[in-house]
Design a protein around this ligand. Structure first.
Ligand code: PLP
Length: 388
């Protein structure tokens, strides 16, 4: 039975929801400078955005018992560094434009020592009102740019306006790890140490497996599919389905506190064609948005792709999200169930819209490893699912 499933899945090249590396990129050795602003003063490189956030908490002198205003629409993993550091959380709502709702934000920052705002899915939010309110209160604003590695707003990289910003490189580029912290005043405390080599080896094997499972050669795909079945459970993902629709969060990795970005990720990142990644992601997003515009029941989370955005996914709200996810999975088309984990720290009853998004939003892949035929296949599956 297992064998039959593997062969069936491998018959069509799977469309993975995240990018995969080329064999060449894994071996690349480049001394090219990092793109702006990642080599600027005030920027330090860490193994992930969560570890960068941990450093931000220290650098901003936030102490156990302090309160931080954070968005209720969240993945959950970005709350963990605050909670582990003993901080209290005060939640605010976000509006239809995904920017902080001004009234809710004002309330949340009352009595808070800092605030964090998220640029969701690489779509830049207007920070001006939040910046003005936090400046007036004299508290720092952290920008969560984990999804917005290459996103600009008004021609400027997102993350440089706030007092601190965190980035996650490995979500946008196929790297074993990588994140960054930007401190506007350059007051970063502590220097990164190398991450555990075994972790990087494991993440690299996971990436390589993604490459093999997406390979045009059916033989390679089948071999890798069988190997995976035999080694069930291999890979490093953050959220795993426990059964049915129950999810849990892999906790903040305490053992990685202080871990920098690996030298392997740095080499691959230096060799990356950043403009190409941005161009492909925008192209795929617009292609999907146009092709799926007429499908009833699929509503883009934002009406237009903003100028300067480098999208992580094409996020849409679908009433029958679970059924669509199953239809896509049956044809080996990966789709991101946006944030299925409901973190216990969030008072969900106060945030019905965020709760609804977490249940119903999915992210269609738009990444740079996809070819035109992958996008066409995705569109075809969605159209057949909708009966069009
Ligand atoms: C909005 C947001 N911020 C931060 C993070 C943490 O990023 P990393 O996995 O690089 O620690 C995530 C991760 O899933 C996220 O979705």
């Amino acid at each position: 039975m297992i064998m039959e499933e593997v062969l069936e899945v491998a018959a069509n090249r799977p469309v993975a929801s995240m990018p995969w590396p080329t064999f060449g990129s894994l071996l690349s050795y480049s001394q090219r400078p990092l793109p702006h602003p990642f080599s600027s003063p005030g920027m330090t490189l860490w193994t992930s955005a969560r570890i960068a956030l941990w450093q931000a908490i220290r650098s901003l002198d936030l102490k156990s018992g302090d309160r931080v205003a954070v968005p209720a629409f969240c993945c959950g993993s970005e709350l963990e560094p605050f909670l582990i550091a003993g901080l209290e959380l005060s939640f605010f709502a976000v509006g239809e434009d995904l920017a902080p709702d001004p009234t809710s934000f004002r309330k949340a920052i009352d009595g808070s020592s800092a605030a964090m705002v998220t640029h969701y899915f690489g779509l830049p939010v207007d920070l001006e009102p939040a910046l003005e309110m936090t400046r007036r209160k004299g508290i720092p604003l952290i920008e969560d740019c984990a999804h917005a590695l290459y996103t600009t707003r008004a021609g400027e990289q997102v993350g440089l306006a706030g007092d601190a910003a965190i980035y996650s490189f490995w979500k946008t580029v196929a790297l074993p790890d990588g994140g960054a912290l930007h401190m506007r005043k350059g007051t970063e405390k502590g220097a990164p140490k190398p991450p555990p080599p075994e972790l990087i080896r494991k993440a690299t094997r996971h990436l390589l497996s993604r490459t093999l499972r997406s390979h045009p050669s059916a033989i390679l795909r089948k071999t890798e599919g069988m190997r995976q079945q035999l080694r069930r459970g291999a890979g490093s993902i953050q959220l795993r389905e426990k059964g049915g629709d129950e999810w849990h969060l892999i906790k903040f990795p305490n053992e990685l506190i202080g871990a920098g970005m690996s030298s392997r990720s740095l080499r691959i990142f230096r060799a990356t064609d950043h403009a190409h990644v941005r161009e492909r992601r925008r192209h795929n997003y617009i292609r999907l948005q146009e092709a799926l515009a007429e499908i009833p029941g699929i509503v883009p989370l934002v009406p237009h792709l903003p100028d300067g955005a480098c999208p992580l996914y094409f996020p849409v709200v679908v009433e029958e999200a679970a059924r669509l996810r199953r239809a896509l999975a049956a044809e080996a088309v990966g789709v991101k169930h946006i944030w299925p984990y409901f973190h216990a720290a969030v008072p969900w009853e106060r945030f019905p819209r965020e709760h609804h998004w977490k249940e119903k939003a999915i992210g269609f892949p738009v990444h740079q490893s996809l070819r035109e035929e992958d996008i066409e296949r995705l569109i075809d599956v969605v159209k057949r699912w909708s009966g069009r």
